[in-house]
Each structure stands twice: as structure tokens, then as C-alpha cells.
Design a protein around this ligand. Structure first.
Ligand SMILES: Cc1cc2nc3c(=O)[nH]c(=O)nc-3n(C[C@H](O)[C@H](O)[C@H](O)COP(=O)(O)OP(=O)(O)OC[C@H]3O[C@@H](n4cnc5c(N)ncnc54)[C@H](O)[C@@H]3O)c2cc1C
Length: 481
């Protein structure tokens, strides 16, 4: 496993593929991308069809850099906060801080409140509570429900429309072994009980037998939630502690026919996370377990190197696995953490290169079928179109591919991809708002960032040609179709 960054921008770019093959692939990508955009036009006039409060909150986040920065600071201290009371207090402190010296009510919370007073004429008596209400409304948009029962209602309606799901239990940081036990207990409960909560498989899924191959109940877990001492400096101790709580989960998944996906967290945890998974799959009783998956993050300079290493390990073990390819959710934070520790920044800082890395990793993954099932997790029409084009050109087995998107995001894009006959799985968070604050803030930052595909398409109205441009050579502005 590479433990230092060996992939530089130069040797990353030098690995481009042959132009002829690339041309055919590019032409097909453009055709599929345009077809997806046509379907988007026919489904909804705008992504930002959020309720007024959420819509307005997103606009504020797009123009208030200081507020974005404070949100980021809050996420940074989040792991150090113990209980929900402490989270609540810190949230208040970060958002209402008057350190800019501009007087009472001029901190970020005051600005959120005034913003709503201006944008929402019906709202009077602007208070901190109004601003917090806006945050709660944002939470309701991105979080499917507080309890498994509430989430099951949402999932039933998603399944009725033909979507698959993966559950995410909110709350990422555990401060004690008792909390880790509680996480393991709740994960297990979901594996054992969720199918009963859902009831019979709806016709929209029952009519597509080849899509049913992976289990219906699919759980995304974070290994750092299974111990309070997730320590990359002690991989063996961490692996032993995590596997203690992971084993009963995988046994339950085997017994109840469920799927377990190990999410990828910050860069510092990646090596240990992969190590733990392989250690578990090397144990006699779990060898060859097919309903297991993990995540590769394309925004890392060494993404390709790490992916190739993992595929080699799986091939040597003949271990099947689903790999979800994402760009990566910790882009802003990784830069702050690296600077704090005086380490090299592990994430690519040119969006075009992240997109190009994503496309390269897509191909590497799809060429590893059938050992590997590829899950393309993106709301970016270009990234998805490229994967669909590759699927066609490589005669990729249909059961070895799916697209994944997040709950509360990119509704029309989900519909457009589903209508192209590809399975679409929705990552569905379950839990309370405060433990889920990190998740929520990451979604808000992601949607409102300058580089976000969704922002460019649905808020800035960027041209389709620009959005579909190849991230490879010579550069989006020079690309002709
Ligand atoms: C189903 C699902 C599961 C997920 N699971 C995980 C997970 O386990 N771990 C994880 O880390 N993430 C995970 N994510 C989050 C995912 O990483 C983000 O949603 C994703 O990066 C957004 O990318 P996009 O292709 O939808 O949008 P785009 O708008 O095309 O890309 C945005 C992404 O590009 C990158 N980026 C932004 N600015 C720059 C820049 N200046 N230079 C270089 N790169 C930049 C960032 O990664 C940013 O998130 C998951 C997403 C989905 C849909």
C-alpha cells in the first residue's frame, strides 16, 4: 500500500490513453451526455426547486465566504465534541461569534437571520431561532428521517419509483467504547430488521430481475464509528478493535442477505480502513463473502495507484467486491488538516484534474469486472455519461454496474439516469440533526462551491457544451464537439 504521495501532477498527466480509442469513447460520451441533458430538460425546470427557506439558504452560502469558512471550522472541531449539548453550544458559538467587531447581530447567525428577513417577506421578528430553523430545514432536506421507521417510509416511495438504497447512520465520531458499542448495535438492528420495515418488494424493482442481484438491504458504515481509538499509527491494534465489532455485522449480513459497504473517510484513515477490510476478508469464515464493498476517492493525487493496489489484493484473493467511485467529500478539510500538520496536501487542487482522475479510475474499475462491481457515485452528468459510454464500449456486464447519488440532491439527474435503464442507488442518511451536522455541512459546502457541477448547471445556468467538455486534453474551453 502506498504510504507516501508518489503520484505528482506531471506523472499523472503523462499516463493519458491512446488518442484513437479516446476519440471514439469521447464521441459516445458526448452523445450520452446530451441525451441525459435532454431528459433533464423534460423533467424539471430547475434543481433549486427547494422550499423557499432552503433555496434562500443556499443562495446565502454561495455569496458569503465568511459563513462558508465558519461552517468549515465547525466541522473541523466536530470530532472533538462529546455529546449533543456540546455540539449545540459550539454551533451557536461558531455561528454567532462577534469577533469581527461589528456589533451585536452582525455575526454569521445575525446575517443568516437578516438574510431571511430580506428574502422571505413573510418572516418577521428575525431571531437566532429563525436562523436555526433554516438549518433544521436544510437538515430535513438532506436527511431522510430521524428513526429507521421514518426512513423506511421514504425508502418505500423511492423503491416504488425504481430506486435502490443504501442506508447511512448519521454521527461519525465516537468518543468512547460505549458509543462504539451503540453504533454496532444500531447497525446490526438495521441489518436484521430493515427488510421487515420495508415490506414486500415493489413492482418497480420486482420487474427488473437482473437488478435484484445485490441484496435489497444495503448499509454504508464508517469504520471509525466502531472504535473510539481509530489510530493510523497503530494499524494492528485498530484493526483488531474494529474487527471485534465488524465480525458480528458481517455475520448478520450473511444470515439476513444484506450488503455492507465501508465508506471512505479522511485521507489519513484510508490505509488503515483498507487494511482492516482485507484482514477481515482473510479470516476463514468471511473469505469470498460477495456482498461487501468499499469506496475509492478520485480527488487524491495517488487515487489511481491506490486503486490498482487494492484491485491487485482482491485479484490475489479472488475476492469479489463492489467499489464505489467518488470524487471525495473532504476536499476543503483535507487542505486545512495537511497545513496544520505541515504535510503535503493529498487532494488535487485543479477540478479538471479531479474529473480526469475520476474518469481514469472509472475505466480501471470497469476493466476489473466481473471480480469488481462498479458503482459510479456522482451527480455530474459528464462523469456519469463517460461511465455509461465505457460500459457500452467495453461490453461491460450489466449486473456489474450501478450509479449512486445522495438523498436530497440532483433529483432530475437521478430520474434521467434511471430512465436510461441503469440501476440507481440512493445514499440515504438516517439520524438526528446534531450528530449529522458534519454530513449536513459537507453537503451544503459541496452544493454551493464554485466548482460544483450542480451549482454550475442549476444555479449559474452554465452551457451544456461546457459541462460536457472533456477534462482531459486540451482543456474545456478549447474543446469542440
Ligand atoms: C452515493 C454516494 C456515496 C458517497 N460516499 C462517499 C464516501 O464514502 N467518501 C467520500 O469521501 N465521499 C463520498 N461521497 C461524496 C462525494 O465525494 C461527493 O458527493 C462528490 O465528490 C461530489 O462529486 P460530483 O461528481 O457529484 O460533483 P462535481 O461537482 O463534479 O465534483 C465536486 C467534487 O470535486 C472535487 N473538487 C471540488 N473543487 C475542486 C478543486 N478546486 N480541485 C480539485 N477537486 C475539486 C471535490 O471532491 C468535490 O466534492 C459519496 C457520494 C455519493 C453520491
Amino acid at each position: 500500500m502506498p504510504s507516501v504521495l508518489t503520484q505528482t501532477k506531471e506523472n499523472f498527466e503523462s499516463g493519458r490513453r491512446s488518442p484513437v480509442r479516446e476519440e471514439r469513447l469521447e464521441a459516445l460520451t458526448q452523445r450520452i451526455g446530451r441525451a441525459l441533458f435532454r431528459r433533464l430538460r423534460s423533467t424539471a425546470p430547475s434543481f433549486w426547486r427547494l422550499e423557499k427557506v432552503e433555496d434562500s439558504f443556499m443562495k446565502l452560502m454561495m455569496r458569503d465566504e465568511d459563513l462558508r469558512f465558519r461552517m468549515l471550522q465547525f466541522v473541523d472541531v466536530f470530532p472533538a465534541l462529546g455529546g449533543t449539548r456540546s455540539v449545540s453550544r459550539h454551533l451557536e458559538e461558531y455561528l454567532s461569534s462577534e469577533e469581527m467587531g461589528s456589533g451585536a447581530g452582525h455575526g454569521p447567525l445575525g446575517r443568516i437571520a437578516r438574510h431571511f428577513g430580506r428574502d422571505l417577506p413573510g418572516v418577521r421578528n428575525i431571531t437566532a431561532a429563525t436562523a436555526q430553523l433554516a438549518i433544521t430545514r436544510m437538515g430535513n432536506h438532506f436527511i431522510a428521517g430521524h428513526t429507521p421507521e421514518e426512513v423506511a417510509v421514504r425508502i418505500r416511495s423511492m423503491e416504488a419509483r425504481g430506486f435502490h438504497f443504501t442506508l447511512d447512520l448519521l454521527g461519525e465520531f465516537v468518543a468512547s467504547e460505549a458509543q462504539a458499542d451503540e453504533f454496532a448495535r444500531r447497525y446490526r438492528e438495521m441489518i436484521e430488521k430493515f427488510e421487515d420495515l420495508l415490506g414486500p418488494l415493489p413492482d418497480a424493482l420486482a420487474d427488473q430481475p437482473h437488478l435484484q442481484a445485490p441484496p435489497r438491504v444495503n448499509l454504508s458504515i464508517k469504520l471509525s464509528s466502531l472504535t473510539s481509538k481509530f489510530d493510523p499509527m497503530d494499524p494492528e491494534g485498530t484493526s483488531a478493535a474494529v474487527r471485534e465489532r465488524l465480525r458480528p455485522l458481517v455475520r448478520a449480513a450473511r444470515e439476513h442477505g444484506a450488503f455492507i459497504n465501508v465508506d471512505m473517510e479522511k485521507y489519513e484513515f484510508r490505509e488503515t480502513t483498507l487494511r482492516i477490510m482485507l484482514d477481515l476478508l482473510d479470516e476463514e469464515e468471511f473469505r469470498g463473502f460477495p456482498h461487501f464493498g468499499t469506496v475509492a476517492q478520485a480527488y487524491l493525487w495517488d487515487a489511481e495507484e491506490s486503486l490498482r493496489w487494492l484491485l491487485g489484493e482482491l485479484a490475489a484473493r479472488k475476492q469479489p467486491m463492489t467499489i464505489r467511485l467518488v470524487k471525495g467529500a473532504y476536499w476543503d478539510s483535507e487542505q486545512i488538516w495537511a497545513r496544520q500538520k505541515d504535510w503535503p496536501v493529498p487532494v488535487i487542487t485543479d477540478k479538471r484534474l479531479t474529473d480526469a482522475m475520476f474518469e481514469r479510475c472509472t475505466r480501471i474499475l470497469m476493466e476489473a469486472a466481473p471480480l469488481v462491481r462498479t458503482a459510479i457515485a456522482s451527480h455530474n452528468v459528464r462523469s456519469v455519461a463517460r461511465a455509461l459510454a465505457l460500459r457500452k464500449m467495453l461490453s461491460h456486464p450489466p449486473e456489474a454496474f450501478e450509479v449512486q447519488m445522495l438523498y436530497g440532491m440532483a433529483g432530475p439527474i437521478k430520474d434521467a439516469v434511471l430512465r436510461s435503464g441503469v440501476p440507481v442507488r440512493i445514499y440515504t442518511p438516517c439520524g438526528e440533526l446534531l450528530p449529522g451536522m458534519s454530513y449536513l455541512v459537507r453537503r451544503i459546502l459541496e452544493n454551493t462551491s464554485n466548482e460544483s457541477f450542480l451549482r454550475q448547471r442549476f444555479s449559474e445556468g452554465a452551457a451544456e457544451e461546457k459541462l460536457l467538455a472533456s477534462p482531459h486534453e486540451p482543456g474545456p474551453e478549447d474543446f469542440e464537439i
